[in-house]
Design a protein around this ligand. Sequence first.
Ligand code: C2E
Ligand code: MG
Ligand code: MG
Length: 757
Amino acid sequence: MEKRGSAVTLQKQHFYNDKHPDLSPLPFIPLSDMDDIALADFLPQVIEQACNAIVVVDSDDRIVFFNAAAEQLWGRNRDTVLGADISRLMPPLQDGPQSRLPGQSEIDHLVGHNVELPIERPNNTRIWAEISVSRVQACEQTMRLVVARNITIAKVHKTLRYQVLKAMAETESLLEVMNLLCQEIKRIAPEISATIMRIDASGHLHSLAAPDFPPEYGHQIDGAETDQNVSCTMAAFRGEPVLIRDIENDPSWGNTRQQVLALGYKACWSVPVKTREGRVMGALAFYYRVCRRPNKLHVQLAEIGVYLCALAMERAEARARIHHLAFFDDLTDLPNRSLLHVQANQAIAQASRENEQLAVLFIDIDRFKQVNDSLGHPAGDTLLRIVASRLREAIREVDILGRYSGDEFVIVLTQCDSVRATDLAGRLLAVLSAPCRIGEITLNPAASIGISLFPDNGRDMNTLIHQADMAMYQAKHKGSGCFSFFSGQLNQIAKERLTLETALREALFGNQLQVYYQPQINIETHQLHGVEALVRWSHAHFGQISPSRFIPLAEECGLINVLSQWVLNEACRQLAHWRQQGLVVPSVSVNLSPTDFHNLKLPHHIESVLKAHDLKPRDLLVEITEGVLMDSNPSTMKTLNEIHALGVRLSIDDFGTGYSSLGYLRHLPVHELKLDQSFVRDLDHDRATRALTNAVMHIGDSMDLTVIAEGVEHPTQRNLLKAQGYQIVQGLLFSPPLPATDLERWLDENLSFTQWK
Ligand code: C2E
Ligand code: MG
Ligand code: MG
C-alpha cells in the first residue's frame, strides 16, 4: 500500500473494521476526484466538526488529536490535553472486556471493543460515555483512534430501571425498593440526597425512604396532612414540581426548616409521583447542600425516578388490594374468618404469655333469614353493614372483630374476664337492638350471643369459637336478644346432640323408623273419622326416643324434609294397603314441619305419592301448626296454596297455642282445627278453659271447619267436650298411637262398641 503524507495516507487507506477484520471494509468517501492537497485541508475540518468526540493517540499513548466534540464531552480544552497521556481522560477499567495481556496498556486493551465508562469532568460532574477504540496506521506508526459519545441519559435510565425493577422482582417491600432508588440516584449524582414520600387515601404523608436523613426526620413528617405546610414536598402534592432554592429564607418552607438546615441542606426540589390516571401518590424530593436549581441530569433522574416510584407504589397498592380481598370481608370491611383466626391466635398466645384471660363472643343476628327472604338480599346486606359498624363502635381498639360467616360475627375481647364479658354482651345487645331504617322499613334488629373464656373453656381459637357457638345456640333457645356462657354441661348436651344426630341419620337412611297410627273417633256416630300418623324411633341403645325430641333435631340438622317425605309415603302406602284389605279408614293425617313448606317441590311430591298409591287427595290431611302461618318465608304461602289446590286438606294442629291472630283463618284454605291437648287437660277443673274450648267450637262451627279434640284421657273430658258439641276426639281414652297391625286388630275389636257414647 502506498505510503504518503499522514493525512493522505489516512484517507486513501481504508478504515479497517477492527471488530470484524475479515468482513468488508467500512464505507469510505470516494476521493478519486480530489487531489491530495484538497484532501489534506478537508479531512481535519470534517473530523473537527464531527458530533462524536474523536481523539487520536500515538504509539506512546499521548494524545495527538482532540476535536471540538471531545472538548465538550470531557469538559477540557484541547490545549490542556494534547501531548498528555490518554490515561488522564480514561478511568482505570474496573472490569475490562477481557483480561489484559502482560505489558498491554489500558488503551490497547480496549481496541476493538465498545465500552461504557464514567467520565469525571473538572467541574465535579460525572457523565457516562460509550467509547470505541480502533488501531490505525498513520505517520509510519500505529495510532489509536478513540471515538466517544455521551450516553449519560440512556445509561441513567438503563441503570435505574434495571436496579429498581430487579429489586421489585426480588423483594416485596416497598420501603426496600424506594431506599434502593434513592441510593442509586446518589450513585449517579452524588450531590443529591433523595427522599420519597407516600400519601395515603386520607391525605396523610408517610416517609418511605430518606437514606441520608436520620429516622427522626421521617417520624416528624409521618402522618402530617397534605394541606399542612410541612415541607416543600407538600407543594408536590398539589401536582406540580416545586423548587425551594433557599430553604433558609423561603417563607413557604414549614416547620422542619431548622432540622433540614442543621443537616446541611440548603435547597430542595420535589416532584410529584402520579398514577397513570394522574392521581398523586407521593413525591420524590432532591435535597442539595448548596442553594441551586436542578441541572439537566437531575431532571432526567427525577423523570425516571418518579416513573419508577409510581410503578413500585402502584404495585404495592395492588398487592395491598389483593391482601385486602383475601383477608377482609367485602361487604362489611371486617377481617374475614382467616384473618380473624390469625389475629385471635396471636391474642391467645399473648394472653397465655401474660397470664391473662380473654373472651370470645359469637354473635348471630336473630331472624336474619326472614329479613333476607321478605325484604330481599340488598336489605339483608344493609342490615349486616349496620350490625358490623355498631359492633365496631362498641369495642375497644385492642379487641378483635371479624365476620365469621353469613350473619355471624365474632369478637375477641383481650384482657377480659366473665364480668367484663357479661357487661359488654349486655351492652352489645342493647346497641344492636336500636331501630334502624332499611329503605322504607324500620327494623328492630336483635342478636344472640354465646361466650367462651380463655383459658377456662379452651386454649385455642377453634375450641373457643366452637364453644361460643354452642353457647350462642343455648342463648337462642332462651329467646331473642339473649346471651349465654359456655358451660361443661352445654358441652355434654352438644355431644349428646351430635351422637343423636348421627343415630337419627342412620335410622332414617337405614329404615329404622316406624309410623304409628292413632284413631280419631266420631263420638256421635261411633265411626272412625280418620287416623293420625305419628313417627316412632326405637333405638337399640337409647330405647324409645320421643318425636318431641328428634323432630326438632331433624329440623336443626336439615333432615326434616327427608323424614317428612318418608312418613308421608309410608302413611299413604299403609292407607292404600288397608283399603286393599277392605278396611274402612276414611283418611290419614300427616304432620309436617314449618321448614317442609319452604320446599317448593312439596306439592309435587305429595301429588306423586298419592298417585303412586292410587289415593285421592281427599284421603290425606296435612297437619300444620300456627308456627307455619307465622313463617314469613315467601315459599310457605305458595306451597300451602298449591297443596290446597291439589285437593289435600289442611288441619291446624295444637290450635290455640300459637299466639297468632285468628285473622289467617279468613284467608287460608283450612279444613280442620285440632284443639290443643293442654285445653283438654284443664277442662274439668278450669272454667276459663271451658270457655275457651267452647269458643273454639263456635269458631269451627261458624266457619264450617271440623274441630277435633286431642289428648282425651278421661270420660269426664269426653263428656264435657261432647256437651260443647265436639264430635271428633282423639286420645288415650280410646287408643294410643299403634303400629299398623295393632290398629287393625283394635278397629276389629272396638269399632261398633257403644262404650264411646
Ligand atoms: P301432635 O301432632 O300434636 O301429636 C299428638 C301427640 O299427642 C302425640 O305425641 C301423641 O302420641 C300424643 N297423644 C295422643 N293421645 C294423647 C293423650 O291422650 N294424652 C297425651 N298426653 N298425649 C297424647 P307424639 O307422638 O309423642 O308426638 C309429639 C309431636 O311430635 C306431635 O304432636 C307432632 O307435633 C310431632 N310429630 C309426631 N310425628 C311427626 C311426624 O311424622 N312429623 C312431624 N313433622 N312431626 C311429628
Ligand atoms: Mg298432629
Ligand atoms: Mg297436636
